[in-house]
Design a protein around this ligand. Sequence first.
Ligand SMILES: *[C@@H]1O[C@H](CO)[C@@H](O)[C@H](O)[C@H]1NC(C)=O
Ligand SMILES: *[C@@H]1O[C@H](CO)[C@@H](O)[C@H](O)[C@H]1NC(C)=O
Ligand SMILES: *[C@@H]1O[C@H](CO)[C@@H](O)[C@H](O)[C@H]1NC(C)=O
Length: 381
Amino acid sequence: MTVISDLTERLRESSAAHHLSRLLYFATLPLFALTSSSKSNIMRPTLISALCVTLVVGCIALGVSALHNHQKLLSLGIPTLDNPLQPNQIKSFVTFGDSYTDIVNVGDGPDAQAWPVYLSGYTKTTLYPFAKSGATCSNKLTYRPAPPVSESQLPSYFNFHTTDAGKNVGGKDTVYTLWIGTNDLGANALLTGNDPGVTVVDVAKCMVNWVKMLYDKGGARNFIVQNMIPLQHVILYSANSYYTWFWLKERNSTAWSVQMTEMVEAGNALTKLMLKDLASTLPGAHIAYFDSHSLFQDIYDHPGLYLNGTVPYNVTGCIRPCVFKQNDPKSGVCSIVNGPARDSYLWYDELHPSEQANRIVAREIAQVFQGKQSQWTTWLS
Ligand SMILES: *[C@@H]1O[C@H](CO)[C@@H](O)[C@H](O)[C@H]1NC(C)=O
Ligand SMILES: *[C@@H]1O[C@H](CO)[C@@H](O)[C@H](O)[C@H]1NC(C)=O
Ligand SMILES: *[C@@H]1O[C@H](CO)[C@@H](O)[C@H](O)[C@H]1NC(C)=O
């Protein structure tokens, strides 16, 4: 993705330079004509036609060049819909999701900040946090003992929306975010077959329905759906795993990582298509698909572009590992990395991103809030 972004950037620059040099070239042509012909009245009609021809040719050249460039961008899979948000338009945002987004039971460590708090600081916007640690999209699909998006977080928001404090939240100057799926797909849910008959298709439908419900009942118009990260890279689901307090029973970690890769990619592709479909039925809505999957894969592949701690980059281990023996909940041997070394890590523990990863998520979504194009964001409406 970095390569693509660099290329896009270069395409933009080279095309701007190209346009400018063309403009200069064509703008100087009439001057030459003027100096060589100013002494003769007979030359005036020639001068005027020269000017006209110059303008027409110049415009055609610009058009062809722009079209050519546009096609180059399309073939790179770059979104064609522009960010509909204006700078300073967004005043508040409302978050839904799990421990990746919860700002109280934070996933990146008890003394660290979650991405929404960073985002609020970076963009000077008000945060209304509804995400809850341990959540799934729906407990009717994948039961986990935590407040799910559909049956708990959305009703809490709708209640808030009827209060004096909440009734003005929504509309043009508010963004609604959802980042969910880690618990739904994970151990004790789809991965381990705890929910017979339920698949990632049902979970994807549930995620997309979150948009519809907020549009219909919550006054929401701007949405950012953050897709699932490559969960096969978190230690819990990687092929080179160890027993953790998240899972102590025997399992085949190779099989887990293969299945996680499949479910996440399929689920992400489904939500993107379903959202695109839904978008056409919601007038006035703006839906962005934020590609956390590619962003985290890029951090994994090119840690030097993102991580900035004081020890060598580490995208396979974590800040706070706890290594257990199989089936023995008392066997945990934990350690912790402190201070500026932490920012060299992609993961906080065996399941959660680090604080530096959270800052990156916040930084990238801040771009979206500020009306800029972001390489991780596709606007579907
Ligand atoms: C674990 O799963 C992988 C991939 O499905 C398979 O190739 C391997 O044989 C399995 N290992 C064991 C010990 O069952
Ligand atoms: C990454 O961190 C883990 C601790 O979680 C450590 O065991 C491992 O050696 C580190 N890897 C590198 C490449 O530094
Ligand atoms: C790494 O960069 C972030 C900004 O993204 C900054 O807040 C943090 O202090 C930096 N960490 C170190 C160890 O310099």
